[in-house]
Design a protein around this ligand. Structure first.
Ligand SMILES: [Zn+2]
Length: 476
């Protein structure tokens, strides 16, 4: 489940006024931090400051970008940084710090400025093992880590001739975690760089030349998003952020209890980058993650048609794809509120995954339920109306169809055209309970208007969700 809110990177560090006891802290807002050759995206309000001619940098941004574990204890005003097996701790206002329980003295005490702890640049170089440089004229802090290889140079981004700067990055439209698989919805195929790290055990997935699409504008300003992974075996945290601005790079970090238990594979299926954390059995053979051990149900919602395929055309020239997507997104939003359900969309935007791609996605995810959303049409018969629901052969699909259909009829009150067996590719070739919903007829003026209204779409979405939940409940 994707948490609706993006968690502010610095949400731990709250409004504590800091008096600088006579030392003026001068903000140098133009200052940039270049880490391993790439500019760091600093969250709003986070700045490099100059205290008594000491360059102080926001420690959390730097440490987290280096994939170190950072903890903040509000009560004791203590910052702990775990770097491989090394533990560093600093206290706001105290020059004394600890490195592996050995006291060290800083030239300037860490300070809390605008909700973020800043530490002297020299500490970073001496205790965190970074090479640092300070270009006073250009106000650039240069940091080089020797621990990690820099991300492989991405291929040059396409630029529009004559329109400098107009770079089109790949966009992430959704992130979820289903059946031990990280699912990242991206506009175009991307080759991730995957790094395995310990202390804490984690897998870092970097997507070069990639930024966030419609997932929330605060992500573009450096906030961090989190998935709710409670109840998922072995996985303790999944977080994502825009790691670099130019070239853009999205980073997803998956924290685990035990990294040695998993084998990481990635593949690209139907607009989704799927990073599979297959469990390794003791004999070293990957275990097929079949059997949803997370306790969460995986629901694939398929907005019919899209992109070059408009679907059917309504009586007022409505394109079916423009009905299916908003309704599917409403279904997604409602399902996301249930902590026991993980939802993956076959599309979140106006694109066209082929039918085999939609099938492959659902099968690869080993989804529990597949629901395809459509609108009907018979041009020659504008009075034809009603809801019909399709399944193909399987009893489980029939059961799902019966339940969802009943909820739709009750909620919308459209004519009941029944539950039907239909040899449709997305129903036939999927391996889980699968249904295709023809909500109503876009060729009927009244029904078309209703289907396009927010009100009716919200009602339909709720009915679909109620049906899915009832089915999941009884198939437990
Ligand atoms: Zn259709």
């Amino acid at each position: 489940m994707r948490k609706i809110v993006s968690v502010l990177l610095f949400s731990l560090l709250f409004l504590l006024a800091v008096s600088n006891v006579g030392h003026a802290a001068t903000a140098t807002p133009q200052t940039k931090i270049i880490l391993d050759g790439q500019e760091l995206v600093l969250p709003l309000d986070v700045e490099v400051v100059n205290v008594n001619n000491n360059v102080m940098i926001p420690i959390r941004v730097v440490a987290e970008n280096l994939k170190f574990n950072v903890k903040w204890d509000q009560k004791s005003q203590k910052v702990s940084i775990e770097q491989n097996a090394k533990l560093l701790s600093l206290n706001v206002g105290k020059k004394e710090a600890r490195v592996q329980n050995v006291k060290v003295t800083l030239n300037t005490a860490p300070q809390l400025i605008k909700n973020t702890v800043v530490v002297p640049l020299r500490f970073v170089s001496e205790e965190m093992g970074l090479s640092v440089s300070w270009n006073n004229k250009e106000k650039i802090v240069g940091l080089t880590s020797t621990e990690l290889p820099p991300v492989a140079e991405p291929s040059p981004a396409p630029t529009v001739p004559g329109v400098g700067n107009n770079i089109v990055w790949n966009k992430v439209n959704d992130i979820s975690f289903a059946n031990q698989q990280l699912v990242v919805s991206v506009d175009t195929e991307v080759t991730p760089q995957i790094t395995r790290l310990t202390n804490p055990d984690r897998i870092v997935v970097d997507l070069p030349n990639t930024t966030f699409g419609d997932m929330g504008s605060t992500l573009l300003q450096g906030t961090m998003g989190k998935l709710d992974v409670s109840g998922i075996a072995n996985v303790t945290d999944v977080r994502y952020s825009l790691f670099k601005k130019d070239p853009a790079q999205v980073r997803v970090v998956i924290e685990l209890n035990n990294l040695s238990d998993v084998q990481v594979n990635s593949q690209y299926v139907s607009g989704k980058l799927i990073v599979d954390l297959a469990l390794i059995a003791t004999i070293g053979i990957p275990v097929n993650p079949i059997g949803n051990d997370s306790g969460k149900h995986v629901v694939v919602i398929d907005a019919g048609h899209g992109g070059k395929d408009p679907g059917t055309i309504g009586i007022s020239n409505t394109q079916e794809k423009d009905f299916t997507l908003p309704l599917a997104l409403k279904v997604q939003a409602l399902l996301l509120q249930d902590p026991d359900i993980e939802v993956v969309m076959t599309r979140e935007t106006d694109v066209y995954p082929t039918r085999p791609e939609r099938v492959k996605l659902a099968n690869t995810l080993n989804a529990d339920v597949f629901v395809s959303i459509h609108g009907n049409s018979v041009k020659a018969s504008p009075l034809t109306t009603g809801t019909e629901t399709f399944y193909y052969k399987r009893n489980s699909s029939k059961a799902l169809a019966d339940i969802v259909h009943r909820h739709l009829i009750q909620a919308l009150g459209f004519k009941d055209r029944g539950v039907k067996n239909g040899n449709l590719e997305v129903l036939r070739d999927t391996t889980m309970p699968a249904v295709l919903l023809e909500i109503g007829f876009l060729s009927n003026l009244a029904e078309e208007q209703a289907m396009l209204s927010e009100n009716v779409q919200n009602t339909a979405a709720q009915a679909i969700v109620d049906g899915i939940k009832e089915f999941l409940q009884q198939s437990r």
